[in-house]
Design a protein around this ligand. Sequence first.
Ligand code: FES
Ligand code: FES
Length: 151
Amino acid sequence: MAVTIKVNGTTHSIDVDGDTPLLWVLRDVLGMTGTKFGCGMALCGACTVHVDGAPTRSCVTPIDGIGTSAITTIEAVGATAAGARIQKAWLDREVVQCGYCQSGQIMSATALLTANPRPTDSDIDDAMSGNICRCGTYVRIRDAIKQAAQS
Ligand code: FES
Ligand code: FES
């Protein structure tokens, strides 16, 4: 079916089955490979993007449910005020280890900071609990979010 989606401010017309997950469209059709495939079951957060600003698991989001919503991915989140602060803090705190989970982590952290500019530890834990990091970078992630909130 013909689908029109808006990703990072650009409108794309594509031809895919309606039940195709957004993650597959981003990576395989549009070539945006910054968003990662982890579990494919909404359990790890590696595939997190923003749909109208809300952190969303793109691996379980069918493309025919997107409609006119605006999608933002890791490729463009740095152009937002909160995304830029989060990415700077990520670099300052040297958060990344292998990196595989980190685009999803940054998308969830940016959504948190946008909705809640002064998150408490509890707020951070709640917002980030769905993003798994096998390298265990959780302490640095929390520090980076706090730095971004204070910057
Ligand atoms: S790949 Fe989507 S939540 Fe794991
Ligand atoms: S940095 Fe390696 S899985 Fe998170």
